[in-house]
Ligand binder design. Structure first.
Ligand SMILES: *[C@@H]1O[C@H](CO)[C@@H](O)[C@H](O)[C@H]1NC(C)=O
Ligand SMILES: *[C@@H]1O[C@H](CO)[C@@H](O)[C@H](O)[C@H]1NC(C)=O
Ligand SMILES: *[C@@H]1O[C@H](CO)[C@@H](O)[C@H](O)[C@H]1NC(C)=O
Ligand SMILES: *[C@@H]1O[C@H](CO)[C@@H](O)[C@H](O)[C@H]1NC(C)=O
Length: 431
């Protein structure tokens, strides 16, 4: 009898408590370009999400527009030069260590508290993450990325965590590798892309329907559907450009992707010679570190090279000595990303819904949303009392809120004006 009472008590109290912390599910569909819904629509479930929530015409990722850096930006609200995950392949000139997203991942590359850890530090906050592109994550519920896992399986597991009768999570995070994989194989304009976008829409439909079946989730869950970057078409893989053909590789180290490469010089005496040689590479922009345009927010970090090569959209710069990379067979590559984050083709999607958000609201294409802004929105939705400073702007997310004065309940401390005129804020939420 007392045993039963005990169970009932715990069941009941966790149920009550689970009502008191806001619920949020963040979903990233990798490489979902902002205009896929227009190119391949109408998409039934994305349209339904538009009606029931808010969405932006497009969202601008952070430079470099690579997968790992932008996923870290989404959950920290920081530029790459600040969080330090500056590429999918990084050289740390201080520790002399190398990060390669496809082989070597250790905790040292993710030193900052992300939103799911901050959520766990609050009373009765529990987070669950499935497959996020990051090294092992220590929170209540975590399962690493598994290629063979279906979207439906991921959703079933995640909703089970939300519905756990004893210790439900209140914040869930999901990563799904499409449509990026198809983007690499076919480029953004293909029948296969059309197909995979329809499939992503059906995945979204499954998620929305499962949420609607559960009264608590239907009424209380906030949902954010977004992505890390867009996708550009690549043509000239039959005539690849190689870095080794332009510069003496014994004088430098090169790290990065096929679209942005950081060059670390063995001797600064060579900088002008090497700069001159690199400037011969077609379809690229070369900068000395101090001359990298401010708008990239990609300069103040030891992991950014003495010289940086930014490839023009539609092209790639390869390295012959680049072993273990994912780009073995160039003829199979028809899409890529990583380019200038202001290019339309690099822009991505943002949709959200839930009790604190407006319905049927579109942020027009004259307003600009950056992915650094999403962190503060998540803090606000989760009602986290103290969030660390981010590079986002509250003004950019305010239009989404039913109660725009919620952002006024945040103590705003201006820590400095950005060059482009937006404001960097320190935010503390008042319970
Ligand atoms: C620059 O290019 C020239 C001609 O290809 C080559 O001889 C020279 O070694 C290169 N210099 C450096 C510093 O890479
Ligand atoms: C690639 O080819 C397509 C179709 O021919 C063309 O529209 C596009 O401009 C090309 N891109 C580049 C970077 O040359
Ligand atoms: C959403 O808004 C648009 C224009 O603002 C309007 O035409 C449409 O009927 C609305 N849809 C719903 C479901 O309210
Ligand atoms: C971005 O945020 C960090 C952390 O608050 C801050 O140190 C940095 O100055 C900010 N960068 C810009 C360009 O505002």
């Amino acid at each position: 009898m007392s045993w039963l009472l005990c169970v009932l008590f715990f069941y009941k109290s966790s149920f009550i408590l689970s009502q008191s912390v806001p619920l949020l599910l963040l979903v990233s569909f990798d490489g979902f370009r902002f205009d896929y819904p227009r190119l391949y629509g109408p998409l039934r479930y994305f349209s339904r999400l538009e009606d029931q929530g808010v969405h932006a015409h497009s969202m601008i990722p952070t430079f470099t527009t690579a997968t790992f850096p932008n996923h870290y930006t989404l959950i920290t609200g920081l530029y790459e030069e600040v969080h330090g995950l500056v590429s999918n392949e990084i050289y740390d000139s201080k520790t002399k260590s190398v990060f390669q997203s496809w082989t070597n991942m250790t905790d040292q590359w993710w030193p900052l508290k992300s939103i799911w850890t901050i959520n766990e530090e609050r009373y009765d906050g529990r987070s669950g993450v499935i497959g996020w592109p990051q090294h092992s994550i220590s929170i209540s519920k975590y399962e690493p990325y598994r290629k063979e896992r279906s979207f439906k399986e991921i959703i079933d597991r995640m909703l089970k965590w939300f519905n756990d009768p004893i210790k439900p999570i209140n914040f869930g995070v999901i990563y799904f590798p499409e449509p990026e994989l198809t983007g690499y194989q076919t480029g953004p304009y293909s029948d296969k892309m059309k197909e995979i976008i329809k499939t992503c829409d059906e995945h979204l439909g499954y998620l929305l329907n499962e949420i609607d079946k559960n009264v608590n989730l239907k009424n209380n869950l906030h949902l954010i559907i977004t992505s890390d970057h867009g996708m550009e078409e690549i043509n000239a893989t039959d005539k690849p450009i190689y870095l080794e053909d332009y510069v003496d590789m014994t004088k430098l180290k090169a790290f990065g992707t096929e679209t942005v490469i950081n060059i670390f010089l063995n001797s600064m005496n060579d900088i002008d010679d090497i700069f001159k040689n690199l400037s011969q590479i077609p379809h690229t922009q070369i900068y000395k570190k101090q001359d990298i345009p401010i708008r990239y927010h990609y300069k103040n970090n030891l992991r950014i090279g003495d010289l940086i090569i930014i490839v023009d959209p539609g092209y790639e710069l390869h390295r012959r000595s680049f072993h273990g990379g994912i780009r073995a067979n160039l003829s199979t590559i028809h899409g890529n990303h990583g380019y200038d984050n202001q290019m339309d083709s690099m822009k991505t999607i943002f949709y959200a819904s839930g009790p604190q958000l407006k319905q049927n609201f579109t942020l027009s294409n004259t307003s600009t949303l950056y992915n650094v802004d999403i962190f503060a929105l998540m803090c606000l939705i989760l009602n986290i009392t103290k969030c660390p400073p981010s590079n986002g702007s509250l003004a950019n997310i305010q239009p989404f809120l039913i109660d725009p004065t919620r952002v006024l309940s945040i103590i705003e401390k201006e820590t400095g004006k950005l060059q482009d005129g937006s404001i960097s804020l320190v935010i503390y939420l008042l319970g």
